[in-house]
Design a protein around this ligand. Structure first.
Ligand code: DOR
Ligand code: ZN
Length: 468
């Protein structure tokens, strides 16, 4: 047997083990993992002294394409992903138009496929009664799951998220709990997971009005306007509704200790509830605001240090299964201004892996846990496991190679995003991805992109999803 490529002598990291081995690749798939001394290959990659992971997945990316491409587009977000060692992204549905029915799914998939530097899946958007009848055709079209932006008012015409909502604006408010239950029930019958942005819009709108009326402009007032209990209330409602409706609920970007506790408790009872947090909640706290300013305005907010500690504990105790970046850039000029006027969101897809490797270097998590959080678990939750998320024979040869001896400073100039909104500017990290392969094709070497837009749309397999 002649392999197309052998990745040799690396330390292979899976959630279960780390071992010295070679990987033989044929026709874009992993053919063998084992000792391949003496085997023939058209190409070789020497991974001696390096760690070899199943390609990393960022389950939470907002590329703004189509609709808001002045902020970001799919070319730039997927170049960023590739440079940062991410081989698959799952793209959030809040483009303009949003991915709300089969027609918008196919139209978006067509636009994005020509631009993709990495493989990608698409989320579908839940708009309550407005598109409940379209959810089955969205599942059939191939969404990986559904996202419900609970806590957001939406623009009436475009469905775009409204970041700084004032009570007098003419907007589409989030559906009530009855409507949400109906949508969850449909999604449960489709055997798809539903993810929620957990904030209570009534609470945050009213508290924001109070803070504005008092003339407060500091970060503490912003935190008071979006308290952790507003996240916890919404997670709690979500858990009850998901249980009643029989749907797998995934809480994205958990930012609070209370959120971790609720998910831990629900999982202890055996409910199909999973959780994601993001690097900004794990490495930043309110104390960083004076230095980072507007680039740190993200919803839900980066909170006090004790939440950060509880989130790390949530990873250790299994309440949190995935880390997504919530890559959500805006124009640089939009991010300059006071805390109430700038839009929420920042870049993240390119710094996701280096920050988690750095956490491993610091002993916060093991490299095996990184393999679970950034590859196997998201692949399992989103119905891609087997094709993605594993180094087992038969899987796509998506591989990220990591050098844990590299020490570097994260700099905005290195970001491939259109607008380099970097809340991690100047942070030193130990450990970095140095090469990435998608279906056996090398796409990145030492942070440089070395292939064109070869990414493809990935559709989940429902049988995989039902097993999570
Ligand atoms: O800060 C955020 N920005 N949080 C979100 O939930 C959405 C995102 C965006 O799309 O801008
Ligand atoms: Zn998001």
């Amino acid at each position: 047997m002649v392999f197309d490529l052998i990745i040799q002598n690396g330390s292979i990291v899976t959630p279960q083990s780390t071992s010295r081995n070679d990987i033989g690749i044929i026709a874009g798939k992993i053919a063998v993992v084992g000792n391949l001394d003496g085997s023939e290959a058209k190409e070789r990659y020497n991974a001696a002294g390096k760690y070899v992971f199943s390609g990393f997945i960022d389950e939470h990316v907002h590329s703004r394409d189509p609709g808001l491409t002045r902020k970001e587009d799919f070319t730039h977000s997927t170049m960023s992903a590739a440079a940062g060692g991410v081989t698959t992204i799952l793209e959030m549905p809040n483009s303009i138009p949003p991915v709300k029915d089969a027609a918008s799914f196919h139209a978006r998939a067509h636009v994005l496929e020509s631009k993709a530097y990495v493989d990608f899946g698409l989320w579908g958007m839940v708009l309550g009664d407005y598109n409940r009848k379209d959810l089955p055709e969205l599942a059939e079209a191939g969404v990986i799951g559904f996202k419900f932006f609970w806590g957001y008012a939406l623009d009436k015409k475009t469905f775009a998220l409204i970041y700084n909502f004032s009570a007098s604006d003419d907007v589409r408010m989030p559906p009530d709990e009855g409507e949400i239950y109906d949508a969850f029930q449909v999604i449960g019958q489709l055997h798809k997971p539903v993810a929620i942005h957990a904030e209570n819009s009534h609470v945050i709108t009213r508290l924001t009005i109070h803070e504005l009326a008092a003339g407060n402009v500091d970060y503490a007032s912003f935190l008071r306007s979006r308290p952790s209990y507003s996240e916890a209330m919404t997670i709690q409602s979500g858990i009850f509704l998901a249980k009643a409706a029989g749907v797998h609920l995934h809480i994205v970007h958990i930012s609070s200790g209370e959120g971790v506790e609720l998910i831990k408790e629900a999982r202890r009872k055996g409910l199909p509830i999973t959780g994601e947090t993001c690097p900004h909640y794990l490495v930043l706290s309110d104390e960083d605001y004076p230095r980072v300013t507007g680039n740190m305005k993200i919803y839900p907010p980066v909170r006090e240090k004790h939440h950060q500690n509880q989130l790390w504990e949530g990873i250790q105790c299994g309440a949190i299964q995935t880390i997504g970046s919530d890559h959500a850039p805006h124009e640089e000029k939009e991010k300059k201004g006071d805390i109430w006027s700038v839009p929420a969101g920042a870049c993240g897809v390119q710094t996701l892996v280096p920050l988690m490797l750095n956490a491993a270097a610091q002993g916060r998590v093991s490299l095996n846990q990184v393999a679970a959080l950034l590859s196997e678990n998201p692949a399992r939750i989103w119905g891609m496991y087997g094709q993605k998320g594993t180094l087992l024979a038969g899987a796509d040869a998506d591989i990220t190679i990591v050098d844990m001896n590299v020490n570097r400073t994260l700099r905005k100039e290195e970001l491939f995003s259109k607008n380099k909104i970097n809340p991690f500017e100047g942070m030193n990290v130990q450990g970095t991805p140095i090469a990435a392969f998608v279906r056996g094709i090398q796409i990145m070497e030492n942070g440089k992109l070395i292939s064109g837009p070869i990414g493809r749309l990935i559709k989940p397999s429902t049988s995989c999803q039902a097993q999570w």
